[in-house]
Ligand binder design. Structure first.
Ligand code: AMP
Ligand code: GLY
Length: 424
């Protein structure tokens, strides 16, 4: 069978790489892909991003199914389009993708269905937002309402930071919005440890994937600005069997039932960002309508089941008939980011020293492309060095040893990926 993966990041490289390991697969097209997917066995990059052209291609090539990586094409309705043309695709419709694309939609949904989350209020008026901040005090969280790749969120530890965030995200009364959103969501600050809980959903049934944990801040010790994610590992020990059961019962099942009850059945990967308190209670920080990046890299490294078969069941609404099995080892991925990431990443730096993958590691590409026969950086997050080892410390050591051989000008990475699990 021939399959299509839409996207060009590390998540899509990991998905396509895992799909290609299935004996049933002849070819995986990755649109548009990157220099890593271009070099991989059975993978072929397809220089297309237009949804109609992708659908034409899927039809012409009689693709078995398509799986979508990033949120933007989902929010723009690529699943609606493929389905209207009778093409098999795994992902949420644009209506269902609002769980990620609109924080306000997600919040109202959670309140309506009693799904635990931080208390919040939504504002489009600046002075009302400032007054709310003053009433509640810091720490407090200010979020732009719209897709912002994890960068539209300010966790303000002081009142000054909170007010500055409101000014940045909301226009002065009577002026057009400068930022992506003309609304902000202001939230109660949650304390605890975060984890990523990602499932496959077919509208009714849920297949949870292995737990994982991301590292959102640019700097060691979780300092500095938020990024798309600087590294991840799986499993996340904070997700104990008790926490897992509670997340399924209190968050995932009510979400899938609630979406169906609201007439917007959810299909696709569903990602709940969790805050787990010391007493084991859980709250939803956010939903994403896709796999996490970089969480997908360690998760795909550990997946032992045949991925095309799981996707097949998901697209046919039969996830109740399958289970996923996981490598018992720990997988850990360290992101190597470009100079000036996350603000204005520099591109075009030559990359050298990349090792070939082996049974216990793989280098997933994100912002890479080829220029005159040389591999160069072409995005903020460039590579994700992902290892598989018996325990977290060995996985860390292996990843950081591999990184010593890899070079590009201005390369930045965190030295402490996995610190929470290692500290337990
Ligand atoms: P989001 O884009 O909503 O996931 O927010 C990005 C990051 O901001 C999260 O991963 C958290 O680290 C942090 N964050 C968001 N909301 C809260 C909250 N209510 N309390 C504490 N931290 C938060
Ligand atoms: N790594 C977090 C995300 O994919 O949103």
């Amino acid at each position: 069978m021939k399959l299509l993966v839409i996207g060009s990041g590390g998540r899509e490289h990991a998905l396509a790489w895992r799909l290609a390991r299935s004996p049933a697969v002849q070819k995986i097209f990755v649109a548009p892909g990157n220099a890593g997917t271009a070099a991989e066995r059975l993978l072929e990059n397809l220089p297309l991003t237009d949804p109609d052209e992708l659908a034409d291609f899927a039809e012409r090539e009689r693709l078995h199914l398509t799986v979508v990586g990033p949120e933007a094409p989902l929010a723009a309705g690529i699943v609606n389009l493929f389905r209207s043309r009778g093409l098999r695709i795994f992902g949420p419709t644009s209506e269902a993708a609002q769980l990620e694309s609109s924080k306000d939609f997600a919040k109202r949904f959670m309140v309506r269905h009693n799904i635990p989350t931080a208390r919040y209020a939504t504002f489009s008026d600046r002075s009302a937002a400032h007054a709310h901040v003053d009433r509640h005090g810091a720490p407090i969280v200010v979020k732009a309402d719209g897709l912002a790749a994890g960068k539209g969120v300010v966790v303000a530890m002081s009142l000054g930071e909170a007010h500055a965030a409101v000014d940045r995200m909301l226009p002065e009364s009577g002026r057009p919005a400068m930022a992506t959103a003309a609304r902000v969501v202001i939230e109660e600050f949650l304390e605890g440890e975060e984890a990523s809980f990602i499932c496959m959903v077919d509208g009714r049934n849920v297949l949870p994937l292995a737990s994982s944990q991301d590292h959102k801040r640019i700097g060691d010790g979780d300092q500095g600005p938020n990024t798309g994610g600087m590294g991840a590992y799986s499993p996340a020990p904070v997700v104990t069997p008790e926490v897992h059961a509670r997340v399924m019962r209190e968050i995932i099942v009510p979400t899938v039932r609630g979406m169906a009850a609201d007439g917007i059945p959810y299909t696709g990967f569903l990602y709940a960002g969790l805050m787990i308190a010391r007493d084991g209670s859980v709250k939803t920080v956010e939903f994403n309508c896709r796999l996490g990046d970089p969480e997908a890299q360690p998760i795909m490294m550990r997946l032992k089941s045949d991925l095309p078969n799981l996707l097949d069941h998901a697209v046919s609404g039969r996830l109740d008939l399958v289970e996923a099995s996981w490598d018992r080892r720990v997988a850990l991925g360290v992101v190597l980011a470009a100079a000036n990431y996350p603000e204005t990443p520099r591109t075009g730096d030559p990359i050298s020293g990349l090792p070939r993958g082996a049974e216990d590691f793989h280098i997933f590409h994100a912002g890479t492309s080829e220029r005159d026969g040389q591999m160069v950086t072409s995005g903020g997050r460039v590579l994700c060095v992902t290892t598989l080892s018996d325990n977290i410390r060995q996985a860390q050591k292996r990843a950081y040893d591999l990184i010593l051989g890899i070079h590009f000008e201005g390369m930045q990475y965190r030295r402490d990926i996995g610190h929470r699990a290692a500290g337990r």
